[in-house]
Write a protein that binds this ligand. Structure first.
Ligand SMILES: CC/C=C\CC(=O)SCCNC(=O)CCNC(=O)[C@H](O)C(C)(C)COP(=O)(O)OP(=O)(O)OC[C@H]1O[C@@H](n2cnc3c(N)ncnc32)[C@H](O)[C@@H]1OP(=O)(O)O
Length: 721
């Protein structure tokens, strides 16, 4: 794990733990022994710590945080490095992150390649740099930089690190050669002033002012998160306490964070996000054994909000798009909107003016599908109507070259049904983007019974190219995202009918960690949008909709949203929805007594007795109903693994990352308790089929011990329980 070699008067310790050179137990052991060996080796005058392969060191092995600690800790290793009688130079290329940067700060000197990335990302997994990083960095950079870098977790480049004194020198080429040359200048120099534990924080005088400023900022930016606050406190300690006292306190704070539910959730999310692109099909094809097709040109059909947003994603990634819209006025408007979105990106420094111009050159408007004959991939984004989509796919099948992949941005409709309108069902796939498509990171890719592995690999790869987090799911009504979210929204509305007000439900769920409650989201996305979908569904089913009903086809429903629609309250766009909005601040939701009156009248008319709904009930009914549906989705293999569902909730519905997602939340509450509560709700609300307990959940909950998440799917076909 650490290669030891001697090159003339230098000992080279090469960390060799691919893919990211994490500081696992064996790496720590290897470095410790290497320093000891080099100090005992009479030929050696200086020691270089470097990384083998693509990177120096990306920090502690995060998986080891969840198992009992073994062997030498990072601090023990660090002290061995700092106390070395022979100078230690860290030679950095790739990443020096977290514990990796700490190893560099224990070293006496640091040289780096100009492309290296440096940082303390611990806060992103709910921790602080717990091997004296919060005590050492301020001694090098001063307090302001250290507070910002540690509490934000941002990665910065070698130039910035050099400017703030973290690096002694930067080079263009091979960093090991640079370290060798550098060693000649420092061998024989006194080491004490290079030992950071012997130095002081230079700008300690105004630490309290800097702390208060930084605290106010992070409380605004990272609402509800503990780690950024403790990061700041620990940096403050570096300036107010002796080195040893501050280090001891850092260790205590680190221990507190390590066992916090937020860090456990964030660490889970780190790996869940990385597991999502590792897709697998029932036939055995998977990401590792399937090669995607190279997509060079694309077409997008429909220049509405979704189509325009998808076109932005593609051209921004350098992929040419033909945007097809038969309504010329809409097409012109969409091209203006796309240009405006890209101008916004330039203003936010997300792209240069030159990149914006280049992207716009990749966009071409067209009025007929014929223009798509030669493209590699088409994404259809017309409104949600099965017959319309089938007709478009039927035409595309005749127009496009035989290798063209045909994708639908449907959010609910059966991919098999759409594919059956073509002679190439193997090349038909769902690509469900989330609005606004150019901002939301989730791409829910949906395979049908006949979708080929190559088609799946191609859409997963394309998603990655355009910067999306891709999750693959199997076709069914509403797929995973909307299907598991539907009961969450339904329960929120039912509780408003039973006694809560929209603002009560929103506040509880926002306090839980959702950035916006469901009623604020509904106002943002438009109450008319939901209304139109309900009308479409009713038309398809031949139903006559009325406001004076509580049940439809044996299912409990509520017509509160339809009543708002009838009142012309479409949400933010009309200044009124579940909330009201002032023209001076059109995005700020204000609770509206008129809505409360409408709800009360609705309840009176329908004979519904209102009651107080406790906060705990709001959380349980919204989340447990979504969890129950998620277990069904898992049971039916619509989602391959629980992590996929959680990633969908994080990136599609902004579920707090530290909460993991509904499946992780269920694992934390305990499946027995979740199941029991679902059974109680099922008895209480027999007309909501989302409360019929999932068989998989029942099996898992009946087990005598809690089954870990990675074993849940093994119980799907098991009859043992
Ligand atoms: C006393 C405590 C002291 C110190 C605390 C710490 O050091 S905490 C750890 C701090 N470091 C980090 O948080 C870095 C996390 N990693 C990353 O940000 C990225 O992985 C990285 C290094 C920028 C590389 O990104 P890239 O996109 O190239 O690869 P990817 O993220 O897909 O990772 C590749 C595989 O490596 C696994 N992995 C990455 N980092 C770690 C880690 N620190 N510990 C364990 N495993 C790690 C990652 O899961 C991938 O594995 P896979 O099997 O493919 O899922």
């Amino acid at each position: 794990m650490v290669d030891y070699s001697v090159d003339r008067n230098l000992a080279i310790l090469g960390i060799n733990n691919p893919p990211v050179n994490a500081l696992s137990f064996h790496v720590r052991e290897g470095l410790f022994n290497g320093i000891k060996q080099a100090n005992a080796d009479r030929r050696v005058e200086a020691i270089v710590i470097t990384g083998k392969g693509k990177t120096y060191c990306s920090g502690a092995d995060i998986r080891e945080f969840s198992i009992p600690s073994a062997g030498k800790g990072l601090v023990t290793l660090g002290h061995r490095i700092e106390d070395s009688d022979k100078p230690v130079i860290s030679a950095i290329h790739g990443n020096a992150l977290g514990g990796g940067l700490e190893i560099a700060l224990f070293s006496h000197y640091r040289v780096a390649n100009k492309n290296a990335k440096i940082g303390f990302p611990e806060v992103l997994i709910g921790l602080l740099p717990g091997a004296e990083g919060t005590i050492r960095l301020p001694r090098v950079t001063g307090l302001a930089f250290a507070m910002d870098a540690i509490a934000s977790g941002r990665r910065f480049d070698a130039q910035e690190a050099h400017k703030h004194g973290i690096l002694d020198t930067i080079c263009d080429g091979d960093v090991l050669q640079e370290a060798k040359a550098f060693s000649k200048k420092i061998i024989g120099q006194p080491l004490d002033q290079r030992r950071l534990s012997k130095t002081h924080v230079k700008d300690a005088a105004d630490v309290d002012i800097k702390f208060e400023e930084a605290l106010a900022q992070i409380k605004r930016k990272y609402r509800g998160l503990i780690a950024p606050i403790l990061c700041l406190k620990s940096v403050r300690n570096s300036a107010k306490m002796s080195f040893d006292e501050a280090a001891a306190e850092e260790m205590r704070l680190f221990g507190e964070l390590l066992t916090s539910s937020q860090s456990i959730g964030l660490r889970y999310s780190f790996f869940a996000e990385r597991s999502a692109p590792k897709w697998k099909l029932p036939c055995g094809a998977c990401a590792d054994n399937t090669t995607p097709v190279d997509v060079k040109t694309t077409g997008v059909i429909g220049a509405g909000t979704m189509g325009s947003g998808i076109a932005v994603c593609l051209i921004r990634a350098g992929i040419p798009v033909i945007l097809v819209e038969k309504n010329q006025k809409m097409l012109d408007q969409a091209i203006k909107t796309i240009s405006r979105i890209l101008t916004g990106s330039v203003k936010l420094n997300r792209m240069t003016e030159k990149q914006r111009e280049h992207s716009l050159k990749l966009l071409k408007g067209a009025s007929t599908l014929d223009e798509l004959a030669g493209v590699d991939m088409v994404i259809e984004a017309v409104y949600e109507n099965l017959e319309l989509k089938r007709e478009i796919f039927h035409q595309l099948d005749k127009i496009c070259k035989s290798s063209t992949l045909l994708c639908s941005n449907t959010s609910t409709l059966d991919i098999d049904n759409i594919a059956s309108a073509t002679q190439r069902p193997d090349k038909v796939v769902g690509t469900h983007f989330f609005a606004p498509a150019y901002i939301m990171r989730l791409l829910e890719n949906v395979y049908g019974t006949k979708t080929s592995p190559t088609t799946v690999a191609t859409v997963m790869e394309l998603g990655k190219r355009i910067g999306k987090i891709c999750v693959l799911v199997k076709t069914c009504y509403a797929f995973v995202a909307n299907r598991t979210n539907q009961p969450f929204g339904a329960e929120a509305s039912f509780m408003v009918e039973e006694g809560a007000l929209p603002q009560d439900v929103d506040t509880v769920l926002e306090n839980f960690g959702m950035p916006m409650g469901p009623f604020k989201v509904s106002d943002l996305s438009g109450i008319d949008v939901g209304w139109r979908i309900r009308q479409e569904v009713a038309k398809a089913l031949g139903l006559k909709l009325t406001l004076e009903t509580r049940y439809r086809m044996g299912e409990r429903i509520t017509t509160l949203a339809d009543r708002l629609y009838e009142m012309g309250r479409y949400g933010i766009k009309t200044g009124k929805g579940w909330y009201r909005y002032e023209p001076t601040n059109p995005r700020k939701p204000i609770p509206d007594p008129d809505v409360a009156k409408m709800i009360q009248k609705h309840c009176m008319d329908m004979g519904i007795e209102r009651r107080n709904i406790p906060a705990q009930e709001v959380i349980e009914r919204c989340l447990f109903s979504a969890i129950n549906e998620s277990f069904r989705v898992l049971e039916q293999r619509i989602a391959e693994k629980p992590e996929d569902i959680d990633v969908i909730w994080q990136y599609g519905f902004s579920f707090p990352r530290y909460g993991g997602g509904p499946m992780f939340y269920a694992s934390q509450v305990g499946l027995k308790k979740v199941f029991e509560k679902i059974c109680i709700f099922h008895e209480q609300f027999p007309y909501s089929s989302h409360w019929v307990p999932s068989d998989l959940l029942r099996k898992l909950a009946s087990h005598s011990t809690e089954i870990p998440m990675d074993k849940w799917t093994q119980f799907i076909s098991s009859s043992k329980l």
